[in-house]
Unconditional design. Structure first.
Length: 586
């Protein structure tokens, strides 16, 4: 049993040894113990046999007993040594066991440490993962804070920029330009008003001069008429047309040669001194046209009276129509007599006639004398006495005869081409053919409320012409009277031209002044608006500046928050980087 225990103990030491040195020690100890036990066992068996033999053979010799005893003593000594070795081995086993236990404890402690280290490592890894996650979250939060702070800074900066611009806009409100524009407009208005006043003064002066010239013409004309009446000469040949013996209007053509044999125009030196310039913008004065119309009526009335027709009268309506025709022609326009009649609200039943003489084109200016004009009218009248059907001054055709009995007014004018324009308008607004039934409506001649009707209210006498007029007067009286009249007519024409120019200048001045007045009104309104804006902006400036200061403070705070957030973000990034570095090193 004992040695079995030793083997068991030895094996236990082998099993529990944790190092190679401990295993070697255990093997050596087991071998020694095995040897000792085996030797002791053999000796014990030998002793046991010897003892048995001695007992059986009492006769064994004493020396053999002594040797046996010595052998027993030696065996005992060996046993004691073996026991001592066993004790030593047991002590060594105990020490080995203790060592094993310590080693085992160390192993257990190491395993526990390993387990604890693994758990710690796991916990550390979990903590690291959590730390990384927290760091990532902190970094993201820091980044979000930075982004939010940056957005706040941007918004605050935009607000400050807008506030600064608003302050600049308010401070830039300036009435200087508006004031300068107003001052200039006011100066321009003053100048334009002065120009208008000057033009009005010039117009009034021109009108006065024209009135004086008209009066002078009338005065000198009266003096000339009287001088002519008193002059010693027979002048009836120019104011009377003699008809050939047996003249018949139904056979007027056969009297062509006779008409020019018995009628001759005698030039009047006094009339030759009175001249007029005709052409575009230059027309016969109305007073002269009136005199020529009266002269034409004086030529025709004796003839019309001879044939039982009403005598011609003279009024402003017929005169103005003849003047309108001549004016349009001299201005270079092609004129239709019906258009002229329409302008004066007169129908086509009125008589018109144009007698054409060779002359320069219509754009040419032409100077003629009063004697030339009268001669042209005189010869035109002779032409009409032998003209084709349709020349109606003595109602050649039966149609005209059908209207006989109705009085007509005559107007005559001459243009720069030498054309003579005759306008003969019935003085009644309606006429009717004598052979038509009474129930038929009469024909309308002119509008009783129209232009001609209004002008026709002004009429002029047509003096009768005596057969002879003979007086003896100082020739210089007629010459002087004629010169005075000529000068007066020239002055009248010049005054009329100046009056038209003054009217044009005044009209232009009024138009210019109205334009400047409109600009002045606009400048006044602009200045008032600018002043009102300036006053309003001045009130708003402090509020805008206060708002700017507040917004600038908000911007500074936003920037401070941004800086703090950026610092935290940098710290979070550094912490994250350090944690990653530590984890990598571990």
């Amino acid at each position: 049993v004992y040695h079995k225990w030793l083997f068991y103990f030895s094996n236990l030491i082998l099993q529990t040894a944790m190092t190679k040195n401990m295993q070697k020690m255990a093997l050596m100890t087991s071998a020694v113990l095995a040897g000792i036990v085996l030797g002791a066992d053999i000796n014990q068996k030998t002793v046991h046999a010897d003892t048995t033999n001695t007992n059986s053979n009492v006769a064994t010799a004493t020396d053999e007993q002594a040797q046996a005893q010595q052998a027993v003593d030696q065996a005992q000594t060996k046993l004691d040594n073996a026991k001592q070795s066993q004790t030593t081995a047991q002590n060594q086993v105990a020490q080995a066991t203790d060592t094993q236990n310590k080693v085992q404890q160390q192993v257990n402690d190491a395993q526990t440490a390993v387990n604890n280290d693994q758990q710690t490592e796991n916990q550390a890894q979990q903590a690291l993962d959590n730390s990384n996650k927290l760091l990532d979250q902190a970094q993201q939060q820091a980044q979000n804070t930075v982004d939010s702070a940056q957005n706040d800074v941007n918004n605050a900066q935009a607000t400050v920029n807008n506030d600064q611009q608003a302050v600049k806009d308010i401070q830039n409100v300036d009435t200087t330009t508006a004031q300068q524009n107003f001052d200039k407009a006011q100066s321009d208005l003053t100048t334009a008003t002065q120009n208008e006043n000057n033009a009005k003064s010039a117009l009034d002066q021109a009108q006065t001069e024209k009135n004086n010239a008209d009066n002078q013409v009338a005065s000198t004309k009266s003096a000339l008429d009287k001088a002519q009446q008193d002059s010693e000469q027979t002048d009836t040949s120019n104011t009377k047309i003699n008809l050939p013996a047996g003249y018949d209007w139904n056979n007027y053509a056969q009297y062509k040669n006779e008409i020019f044999k018995v009628n001759h125009f005698v030039n009047n030196p006094a009339d030759e001194q009175i001249t007029f310039t005709l052409g575009p913008g230059h027309y016969l004065p109305k007073e002269t046209v009136k005199d020529l119309s009266i002269y034409a009526a004086q030529l025709w009335n004796p003839i019309r009276k001879q044939f039982g027709l009403p005598e011609y009268t003279v009024n402003d309506g017929a005169i103005e129509m003849a003047m309108e025709h001549a004016k349009e022609s001299q201005d270079g326009n092609l004129v239709d007599a019906n258009n002229i009649l329409s302008k004066f609200n007169v129908s086509g039943l009125s008589r018109t006639y144009t007698c054409i003489y060779p002359a320069p084109d219509r754009t040419t200016h032409r100077t003629v004398s009063l004697n030339d004009l009268k001669k042209q009218i005189f010869n035109s009248a002779l032409e009409l006495l032998i003209a084709d059907d349709g020349r109606h001054l003595i109602d050649h055709d039966t149609k005209s005869i059908s209207y006989q009995g109705y009085q007509q007014a005559i107007g005559i004018d001459v243009d720069n081409k030498g054309q003579t324009y005759w306008y003969m308008t019935y003085t009644d607004p309606t006429i009717k053919m004598t052979y038509l039934p009474s129930f038929l409506a009469p024909n309308k001649v002119y509008d009783p409320n129209g232009k001609y009707a209004q002008l026709a209210k002004t009429t002029y006498d047509v003096p009768a012409v005596s057969d002879t007029t003979s007086h003896t007067v100082d020739p210089s009286v007629l010459t002087n009277a004629q010169k005075a009249y000529n000068d007066a007519v020239s002055a009248q024409q010049a005054a009329a031209t100046r009056l038209e120019q003054a009217k044009t200048a005044h009209d232009q001045a009024v138009t210019a002044k109205n334009d400047v007045q409109a600009k002045f009104d606009a400048a006044q309104k602009a200045l008032d608006n600018a002043k009102a804006d300036a006053q309003t902006q001045a009130s708003n400036l402090k509020a805008a500046q206060d708002k700017l200061a507040q917004d600038q403070d908000a911007l500074a705070q936003a920037k401070s928050k941004l800086n703090t957030a950026q610092t935290k973000l940098a710290d979070a990034k550094n912490a994250h980087d350090e944690a990653v570095k530590t984890q990598t090193s571990a």
